[in-house]
Design a binder for this molecule. Structure first.
Ligand SMILES: Nc1nc2c(ncn2[C@@H]2O[C@H](COP(=O)(O)OP(=O)(O)OP(=O)(O)O)[C@@H](O)[C@H]2O)c(=O)[nH]1
Ligand SMILES: [Mg+2]
Length: 334
């Protein structure tokens, strides 16, 4: 009988029988499955359908225990209803806002923490980190020590939030093991839960990301994935806009300004995505779904996967965008 081995990059059970199935390796003594090996060594991305992930089993396993859960969220793309995670996980949750490096340094962390605390969503605490820049980790470690119920601490969140990246930094900063977790800009990189002992008091458990079907990342090509997964501090771009003017954001989004006074739109989106003015009368991108949005005074327009636009005055806009991408408004975050 074949021995049972799990890939230390994505957690999948390895097999040496079918190259077309996940977990394939030529040698069951390898640490990594072929997909993780290729990703790490050659940067070759191979997407995997999230259907292969047994979320129900993983999530119900977490619920059966009282262990602390770290809920990792991409700070640029904070979900509309952060508290929805509680429908899936009943454990104590520490909210981790990751990718801090994307927001300008001038933004105050305390302000963002207050903003979320004021919503009383039931998280036991909120921590802001950057896995990329390895910042905020000491603070996170001290909060984990404060709230952990046992050695085991689960790391959950939507796909691409940076769960594996965060754990890798923990291994690097506080652990004595090798770091083998696979990290990639594609959704569904981690395929099964993986236990990573950090020290004799803490084991982090990486889990596959929950797939958010309303995230733009699902509808773009690999080149655009990389752009949306930026590593550079955002330089916010402000546009003054008036009635009957239009803006084009990459080839992803068109904004028609329908009603309202002269307004100011400040874009917090990856620098790699270009924004330009376009003719209001042009038909460009009009084949995409059209969504009308009423924006109140001091609200952000959030576009899941792309980032957000800070808007000053109330107005009405018309957006042309992929039909499944979620769009919502919220009070200005910053
Ligand atoms: N700018 C920035 N990018 C980050 C940060 N943390 C992670 N990333 C990037 O986000 C992408 C996803 O990272 P992963 O660690 O694979 O995310 P994950 O949550 O484990 O994803 P799944 O395994 O698919 O659920 C990669 O391109 C990372 O380099 C961060 O702090 N800042
Ligand atoms: Mg992962």
């Amino acid at each position: 009988m074949n021995k049972i081995r799990y890939c230390s990059g994505c957690g999948v059970r390895m097999q040496d029988e079918n190259i077309l199935n996940i977990g394939f390796t030529t040698n069951l003594d390898n640490e990594l499955c072929m997909r993780c090996f290729r990703l790490k060594n050659y940067g070759e991305y191979e997407s995997v359908s999230s259907n292969v992930i047994d979320y129900e089993k993983i999530m119900s396993g977490i619920n059966k225990k009282k262990d602390l859960v770290l809920y990792v969220v991409d700070i640029l793309n904070i979900p509309k209803n952060l508290e929805d995670i509680k429908k899936i996980i009943k454990n104590d949750c520490l909210l981790i806002l990751n990718k801090r490096d994307l927001l300008p340094l001038s933004v105050k962390d305390e302000k963002i923490i207050e903003y979320i605390k004021n919503q009383n969503l039931g998280f036991i605490d909120i921590v802001i980190v950057s896995s990329e820049k390895n910042s905020g980790m000491d603070n996170l470690l001290s909060k984990i020590k404060k709230y952990q119920k046992s050695n085991n601490v689960y790391v959950v969140g939507y796909t691409n939030a940076g769960k594996s990246s965060l754990i890798s930094k923990f291994i690097h900063d506080y652990g004595n093991n090798d770091n083998n977790l696979t990290i990639s800009p594609l959704p569904s990189t981690t395929l099964n839960q993986i236990e990573i002992p950090i020290n004799d008091k803490l084991t982090l458990i990486d889990t596959p990301g929950i797939v958010d079907n309303s995230n733009m990342i699902n509808f773009v090509d690999k080149k655009m994935y990389k752009k949306l997964n930026s590593k550079r501090e955002i330089k916010p771009k402000t546009f003054q806009i008036r009635k009957n003017e239009a803006l084009l954001v990459g080839d992803l989004l068109r904004i028609n300004y329908l009603e309202g006074d002269t307004n100011s739109f400040t874009f917090y989106i990856p620098n790699e995505i270009k924004i330009r003015r376009m003719r209001f009368k042009s038909d460009y991108l009009k084949d995409l779904a059209c969504k009308e949005v009423d924006i109140k005074y001091s609200e952000d327009l959030c576009i899941m996967g792309l980032g957000f636009i800070k808007i000053v005055a109330g107005c009405k806009v018309e957006l042309f965008i992929n039909k499944d991408t979620e769009i919502f408004t919220r009070k200005n975050l910053i």
